[in-house]
Design a protein around this ligand. Structure first.
Ligand code: ATP
Length: 367
């Protein structure tokens, strides 16, 4: 696929200035186009031989095919591609403010207004993709990039994206453990899954944005909650523990409930997400603390479908907020970064592994 096959064509046109990020498959650099002075993000795939190389090349071809097929304000845009002796380079639009994940970590959680602004864009982007028979399959805060401080976002990393055919399902087991839909984990039943997997992952991200910790996590494992991450997801077992969810309005909880519906046939679609009152009934007040009241004030008929109950799921990590389920080499044992609220210090769980060491899994998740 790569367009420019001349050796050194990339370096003659661009200057690399530093590293922006590193993923499972590639390293992303900040680069300037010499002629225009414009800045881009360059994703470089090293050429190596050995195990895993074939799936990497297939992933790269898929990513280029998807990037070339899309053009939307909330999707990262591909400018050019180079195939050189030391690697394949994708020149991408730069997202100067980096990952949404870092924004959440810095702020601990986001307000409903901020989250609403981001999700209005994400839903539009995913709707556009789904209409073109593309399923992203790896939506997570690390793949949602911020363009500016006004919270304009773009969806990135189409390495696992799939253009689905007329059958409208895909059956490869893939994703990032905390964000995968239950039907992906039921692969042993040969259940097929569709666009609905992206809605599930977006639901997980929405949950994280509003409270700062994930709905499903192995860190929640305890005597009262003896379920692994995979079991929690398959059972759709999550909660809205107090006090973290007290100020969040019922429309948000209703939307999350509908997005995290285990039965993919009953799960809300991306079109329905765009029409959900959480997005369409904009709060009349400007302060976030009153956001949660606006549903009631506007006379909306929302009952809290999952009332704030005892903190069963979070009891094992009393007063510790789970910030991020990091990628780990053992996908069923994700590492978790935690913040101790009492000491205000960052602590890393012992099993934490570097993000670079792996995020995706293929065919390995424990059933
Ligand atoms: P993964 O292991 O998640 O699949 P990957 O190897 O496919 O990763 P990306 O997720 O595309 O690589 O990029 C890795 C990181 O580089 C991103 O999480 C982000 O921090 C940074 N990055 C990627 N593209 C851009 C961009 N256009 N602008 C700014 N930063 C970017």
């Amino acid at each position: 696929y790569p367009r420019n096959r001349d050796t050194n064509a990339f370096r003659s046109q661009y200057t690399i200035q530093g590293q922006l990020g590193k993923g499972h498959f590639a390293t992303v650099y900040l680069a300037t186009e010499k002629q225009s002075g414009l800045r881009y993000a360059v994703k470089k795939f090293e050429k190596r031989s050995g195990p895993g190389e074939r799936s990497k090349v297939e992933g790269l071809q898929q990513e280029i095919a998807v990037l070339m097929a899309i053009s939307h304000p909330n999707m990262l845009c591909l400018k050019d591609t180079f195939d050189e002796s030391d690697g394949v380079y994708l020149v991408l639009e730069l997202a100067p403010e980096g990952e949404l994940f870092n924004w959440i970590v810095t702020k601990q959680k986001m307000t409903e207004s901020e989250t609403r602004k981001i999700f209005a864009q994400l839903f539009q982007g995913v709707k556009y993709m789904h209409e073109r028979n593309i399923v992203h399959r790896d939506i997570k805060p690390e793949n949602i990039l911020l363009i500016d401080k006004e919270l304009h976002v773009k969806l990135a990393d189409f390495g696992l994206a799939k253009i689905i055919g007329e059958e409208s399902f895909t059956s490869t087991l893939c994703g990032t453990p905390s964000y995968v839909a239950p039907e992906i984990l039921e692969q042993s039943n040969r259940r097929r899954y569709t666009r609905a997997v992206d809605v599930w992952s977006l639901g997980v991200v929405l949950y994280i944005c509003l409270c700062g910790f994930p709905p499903f996590s192995d860190e929640l494992y305890s005597a009262e909650n003896p379920y692994t991450l995979s079991q929690q997801i398959k059972m759709g077992r999550f909660d809205y523990p107090s006090p973290y969810w007290d100020a969040v309005g019922d429309p948000a909880l209703d939307l999350i409930d509908r997005m995290l519906t285990v039965d993919s046939d009953k799960r809300i679609t991306i079109d329905e997400c765009l029409e959900h009152p959480w997005l369409t009934q904009q709060p009349m007040t400007l302060t976030d603390s009153t956001d949660g009241l606006t549903g009631a004030l506007a006379g909306l008929d929302f009952t809290r479908r999952k009332p704030v109950r005892e903190r069963t799921l979070l009891s094992s990590i009393n007063d510790v907020r789970v910030g991020k389920v990091l990628n780990s080499q053992k996908p069923d044992q994700p590492a978790v970064k935690v913040w101790d609220k009492n000491q205000g210090t960052k602590k890393l769980a012992p099993q934490q592994r570097s993000k670079a060491k792996g995020g995706h899994f293929e065919q390995t998740l424990e059933q």
